[in-house]
Design a protein around this ligand. Sequence first.
Ligand SMILES: *[C@@H]1O[C@H](CO)[C@@H](O)[C@H](O)[C@H]1NC(C)=O
Ligand SMILES: *[C@@H]1O[C@H](CO)[C@@H](O)[C@H](O)[C@H]1NC(C)=O
Ligand SMILES: *[C@@H]1O[C@H](CO)[C@@H](O)[C@H](O)[C@H]1NC(C)=O
Ligand SMILES: *[C@@H]1O[C@H](CO)[C@@H](O)[C@H](O)[C@H]1NC(C)=O
Length: 325
Amino acid sequence: MKFFSLSLQLLSLASLGFVKGQELFPQVGYSTLNGGTTGGTGGTVTTVSTSAALIAAVKGNTKKIVQFSVPITLTARPQIGSNTSLIGIGTNAILTGKGLDVSSVSNVIIRNIATKKIVGNDGISVKSSKNVWIDHCDFSSDVLNGFDYYDGLVDVTSGSDYVTLSYNYFHAHFKASLVGGNPDATGETYHITYHHNFWENLSTRTPALRFSFAHVYNNYYKDIFAQAIHTRSGAQALIEYNVFRNVTECISTYGMVIPQDSPNSSPDGDYEPDGFANEQFNDFGGYPKNITQVGSLTSVPYTYTATPLDQVMTVVVRDAGLGKI
Ligand SMILES: *[C@@H]1O[C@H](CO)[C@@H](O)[C@H](O)[C@H]1NC(C)=O
Ligand SMILES: *[C@@H]1O[C@H](CO)[C@@H](O)[C@H](O)[C@H]1NC(C)=O
Ligand SMILES: *[C@@H]1O[C@H](CO)[C@@H](O)[C@H](O)[C@H]1NC(C)=O
Ligand SMILES: *[C@@H]1O[C@H](CO)[C@@H](O)[C@H](O)[C@H]1NC(C)=O
């Protein structure tokens, strides 16, 4: 009986493109706009267990789902093609050695995978890409090696657009997630949603935003030791229904990039124009924020259901990270 129902479930998960997970945790946010983000849903399903096989399987723009269930030490950064889903099965789909590139493509889904201690580049680097959904992943390194030893956990740069990061566990790292890598690239625009992520034991960039329209809701911030959400270079952020505990600075719209984020020759950090923030219904737990400009992003063009503030800690700790879809 048990074996029968297990194999039925596996069969339906694979052939239906993980509809089970999508039912439990539907995609919400800016990645659902601009035509939507379906990744490889409905395409071929390939299971991989080696670096070479993963790198080969995710390449190219044909519709495909690539899945794995074992730790893989990557020898090079896989270049994820358009119309592709990369899905971890269970709690052991952990990538070390190298991270992932989502570069000059569109329509990509990455779910239920971990990257650990990726040196020399980001855990996931999203560049010049549109319609990307990163969900239920686990991103970490350590905070023992100085703040420039590792790069970002998930950075979204070079004018990428229509991105959602949901139910991820970002932890044990200095600079978590940068949106907009170049303060001089004033022509770039980012629409990005961060919801139900668990951010723990981090220094900065949860996220740091430039040139963005960012919706940051239902995140739980714990032990953020320099600066949590930073909006600068005119970025607009709608920040709501988040909980902050033991956070040095919950929100800053000061353009000044603090030395713990980008040290330059000035002890005061790097100058940039201020950003904007609208905050409502947040639980700051008495920790400081520093909002200089209230912005114009007061609503978002998609529907979402916010978890009530008093349930955010419980729900995020329970549902974010690996093994939940
Ligand atoms: C992705 O798939 C769609 C639909 O099949 C197709 O129209 C599009 O060309 C594909 N994208 C790329 C970059 O090949
Ligand atoms: C925080 O980071 C330190 C150093 O990397 C690590 O020892 C500790 O376990 C981390 N704590 C959590 C909760 O991630
Ligand atoms: C607050 O966070 C810091 C840095 O992550 C940590 O060392 C400290 O133990 C935390 N304090 C409490 C009360 O949890
Ligand atoms: C706000 O941020 C600026 C720049 O980081 C800093 O100089 C100032 O002290 C902060 N103010 C408060 C009230 O935290």
